[in-house]
Write a protein that binds this ligand. Structure first.
Ligand code: ATP
Length: 441
């Protein structure tokens, strides 16, 4: 059942243009994905919803956009060069490589019904594999030119802490947020876009006085769950899992994962950690730059503690998609529907003249022109109206606007709701307000 559901979601993504395999006409590049016309809108809406909630809507958070390539010493200081590793084993028979800590969840490529090693191949002892992608900066390919593709966006924020303090008049408690690509050379990639080697992250580093770190940690745990719930994710598919003491990174005082119940099981969607003063302290020691905060009211100097909610865009995309997808029946006919929150829906409204004549297309195009100033809309005049509705249901479009003969008399249209197929009559002038109000996340 679960595999079926995932297979159907992957097929829908391809069929409707949400996600394609990268370089597909060349046979594809494993674990790399391209977002198609609907996918790119959904992804943008997920990122916008996060940015509105985490940055624009708050006086205590500002944004930043750092480069992917950073000084290689950053990664030495952060501990990534020495410690951003996963344990790896090789099968001596089939030569496949596996993550040693999740062997139970992996399959032998030669005998896909078996776990690694069960194909009678002997597994090597585990050794550490560093997950950072390396490349060279400039024309000389030697050790002095090595740079890394960032494996997280957080370090760009830490190294800019002082710049932001000096220029933005923010004072702790305050946060710096960033969205952008990260790269990890994962030993195994899995579950469609859930784990890939190139992905996007949305991270907030929230700097606060050390004594306030745990209350802020509690605050962000709740705020992050509320964000998903506010965008319509079903409560029964979300949970917070506290890390056990032996799971915590050495610098972390507390950590929890927001987990989502994907068709392939409960998995991490987002991590929320109390990173203490580890990062600022280390960068301060490595550079000799003072990254402490001097509180001119209490006359105290301290290095801020950091609370970090870190979410993967692609994982959030997949969770919203899995949560929204359903199959139901309308008038005895099966339909596939994506019940996205209107804020996330890639297309907000379909605009359909009932027939392709008698001035109805002209009215439809005028509505399209007006609404597209603010929303992504889709005009379609071909085919039976029921078919046009059904197609938009599977794209997740919350409303279909039908222009009919009555429109010519009274400037009203039919608005058909995706979720319950209810129809109501609205004036053309009210449409933008109607959509805007319902899209507020
Ligand atoms: P995992 O345990 O699944 O490898 P992680 O704990 O290493 O994840 P973090 O370093 O906390 O992940 O990164 C923050 C978020 O970035 C994750 O919760 C996830 O949403 C996203 N993320 C991390 N690695 C990947 C990946 N390889 N592909 C897609 N998203 C990822």
């Amino acid at each position: 059942m679960a595999t079926d559901r995932m297979e159907q979601i992957v097929a829908l993504c391809k069929r409707r243009g949400f996600v394609f395999q990268s370089s597909e006409i060349y046979g594809g590049l494993k674990s790399c994905w391209d977002y198609g016309p609907l996918g790119v809108e959904l992804k943008r809406n997920v990122k916008d919803a996060w940015w509105r909630y985490m940055v624009r809507g708050r006086p205590d958070v500002v944004g930043i956009d750092c480069s992917i390539l950073m000084h290689p010493k950053v990664w030495e200081t952060s501990g990534h060069i020495a410690g951003f590793n996963d344990p790896m084993v090789d099968c001596k028979k089939c030569k496949a490589r596996f993550r040693a800590d999740t062997l139970d969840a992996q399959r032998c490529p030669e005998k896909p019904s078996k776990k690694p090693g069960e194909c009678e191949g002997e597994l090597t002892a585990p050794r550490q594999f560093n997950l950072m992608f390396k490349t060279f900066m400039g024309p000389v390919e030697d050790a002095s030119a090595i740079v890394y593709l960032r494996p997280e966006t957080a370090q760009g924020i830490f190294v800019n802490f002082k710049n932001v303090c000096d220029t933005s008049r923010m004072r702790p408690p305050f946060g710096i947020a960033q969205q952008g690509k990260s790269f990890r050379n994962e030993i195994v990639t899995e579950n469609f876009i859930f784990r890939s080697r190139e992905f996007e992250q949305m991270e907030l580093e929230f700097f606060c006085p050390p004594a306030e770190a745990m209350p802020w940690y509690e605050y962000w745990r709740k705020a992050r769950l509320d964000w998903f719930l506010g965008l319509g994710v079903r409560a029964e598919n979300l949970r917070l899992r506290d890390h056990a003491q032996d799971e915590l990174a050495h610098y972390s005082a507390a950590c929890a994962d927001v987990e989502y119940q994907f068709p392939f099981g409960w998995k991490e969607l987002e991590g929320i950690a109390n990173r203490t003063d580890f990062d600022l302290k280390r960068h301060s020691e490595a550079t000799g730059k003072d990254l402490a905060w001097f509180d001119d009211i209490t006359r105290e100097r301290w290095i801020p503690y950091v609370i970090e909610p870190a979410l993967g865009v692609d994982r959030a995309f997949l969770a919203f998609l899995c949560d929204a997808w359903a199959e139901d029946e309308i008038d005895g006919e099966a339909r596939s529907v994506l019940r996205f929150h209107p804020a996330l829906a890639p297309i907000k409204a379909g605009i359909f003249p009932l027939v392709k004549k008698e001035g109805l297309p002209e009215i439809g195009h005028a509505i399209e022109k007006e609404l597209s100033r603010e929303f992504s809309v889709f005009y379609d005049e071909k085919g039976a109206i029921g078919r046009r509705y059904r197609r938009q249901d599977e794209c997740g479009t919350p409303w279909c606007i039908t222009v009919d003969f009555q429109t010519k008399d009274d400037q009203t249209v039919t608005v058909r709701h995706r979720d319950d197929c209810r129809q109501e009559r609205l004036s053309i002038a009210a449409l933008a307000g109607f959509i805007r109000e319902r899209c507020l996340g």
